[in-house]
Design a binder for this molecule. Sequence first.
Ligand SMILES: Cc1ncc(C[n+]2csc(CCOP(=O)(O)OP(=O)(O)O)c2C)c(N)n1
Ligand SMILES: [Mg+2]
Length: 682
Amino acid sequence: MGLPQTPAILAGRALRPAEDNDHLPDALWRTFAWMHLARATDNRILELFRQGLIKGTVTGGQGNEGLVVPLALLADKEIDVISFSHRGLGGHMVWSDHLCAQLNQYLANAESPTLGREGNIHHGDPKNRSLPMISHLGAMVSNVLGATDSQRRLGRPAVGFAFFGDGSSSTGDIHESLNLASLLSLPVLFVIENNRYAYSTPLEEQFAPGTELWRRAAGYQIEATSIDCADTATTLQTLSQAIERVRTTGRPYLIEAHTLRLRGHAAYDTGDYLRPGESDSFWARDPLAKLRTRLVADKGEPAVAALEQELNAFLEECVKVSLAVPRPSPVGMENDVFAPTEAPLPWLPSLGSTPDAAAETLNFAQAINRALRKILTERPEAVLLGQDIGTYGGAFKVTDGLLKDFGRARVFNTPLAESACTGYAIGLALNGHRPIEEFQFADFSTEAATQIGLNAATYHFRSGAKVPLVLRFPCGGGLTMGSFHSQELESTFLSLPGIKALYPSTPQDAFNALLAAVEDPNPVIVFEHKALYRRLKQPVRWDPAYREVWTPRLVRSGTHATVISYGDMVHVTNEALEYLETEYEKSFDLFDLRALSPLRLEAIEASLARTHRLIVVHEGRRTHGFGAELVARLTEASFFQLEAPPLRLGALDLPVPFAPELENAYRPTRDALIDRIAAWLG
Ligand SMILES: Cc1ncc(C[n+]2csc(CCOP(=O)(O)OP(=O)(O)O)c2C)c(N)n1
Ligand SMILES: [Mg+2]
């Protein structure tokens, strides 16, 4: 079935403030058409939900059209960036695509923008810079910061629009993002949809008495104002002035919009927590009804009614078409978790900024520094961010000298705001930049767990957009740094689908891993064990086979058992195996896994077919540790070849203890490995 012809009144989706101020009646007429269609569509969606044809939950935008429709019409949809909230259907409709696409999304059918993988209003149009929302409120705002900055870096005078509710304004992400936008001078219009409630919680249970949300902006050196969206002409005027101001100053701006939630939180909401008469007072302020009254006065009832009838008929045709679209197929879902691998970037055959193919003897930290230098030199889209990575060169001096050579636009310090900074990096990546974010310690990545594990990791699956983001995690223990500076978090993050991970153990692999990670179109965590940074030096050279870092490396070979390890434990295990070979005359295949996600176990399976015994050694805790996954997979694949139960060696199930005596008892040491493996040999 073809798509129904869109009514002519909806053909132009742009209101240009300068020209349209002289043509206010025309602007209001067109705005009304979109607002009416948005309201009618939201109401129709509610009906379909009640008929059981739409699943999940439906958070309607009834009452919010008076804000999102004018703003979407005024935005420059060729260059601007936007993230609508769960009350933004009218905005989505204006921004791009056919009404059927919006309905398909709600019906979760085969042609829905998320292919039925995400519910209701969790869609967007990333190729047109409309960033899809995730449920975690506040989280999308920093994505807008990054994508808008990316546009500006590419020379486009874009403005970003970030919507969030009164409830969402209490999240840490909002505060982190306001600070970051002001600090970096990002042209983003923050729009608070203050509809007086967060689910059932009224303003007075969310904020101290007297709180006016827009006044908070002053604390971040951000200009702000508040508007009442009941009158659409005023809304159009205030918004267009604010947009112009952001576009010309390049600074953020905040608007607290007093808007409405006419049908409660969601379809199932009975609103019985509202005060007597409160619902009536909301309906009395309905911007759509007020605008209609004005237009009836200007144009007469028949003209308005005829327009409404035309739009309603169009909606019904679209509903019919969308209901006929087939259901989504589960076939191929697993192939879409990651964006497909792309051709290698055209790297110069050299180590760094000097065109020199010769090897240099480098430690692990220096090798990463060389790789970052090479990336910054050859890839203008690469950007480095993190705490203290600028003048100071990072807590471990890995970025030493890079600010001096590449400038603050490309190598910059971030405030202590891991969530918003990661969200900002996601936004940069979505728009074609290649951000590399250093976490001061891997442990602090838990502050960004939503952005990494739920947002970046799922982006491709739910929207088809690529997120080429590198997250550098200085991790691991053995340095008496205690529980909050010594974590191994691979099994925490890799239990969530959509993240790739490399864990190099040598300077050459570290160099290769950074190149492989930065050219990947997916979020990649590079685990860098802190104890390795300065432990060993090795000749490092440009290696045309750098992508082999995605597969295991055979470190030593033997016959008695197949041993797998990664990171610092590769060296500890190798020393233990050396001893066992000498003293027990048992030799081992030792594989350095290198890539933890995706897992490539073919060479290890082949080894197991010869040795018939499996040992896994890692530094992370044993319970739910990464070794559990390795042992399970390899046992499933090779059960009938095994001659002994697999041996799984990791840290004790404790928080990482501080004192060296305690930490040595906690994590595997050479001597402990010798004892455990010797006992296992029997
Ligand atoms: C971080 C987070 N916590 C809790 C929720 C569950 N939740 C969904 S909507 C909502 C209320 C949001 O209120 P507000 O931001 O004012 O937006 P509104 O629904 O009023 O438009 C809550 C608590 C969530 N989605 N995200
Ligand atoms: Mg609210």
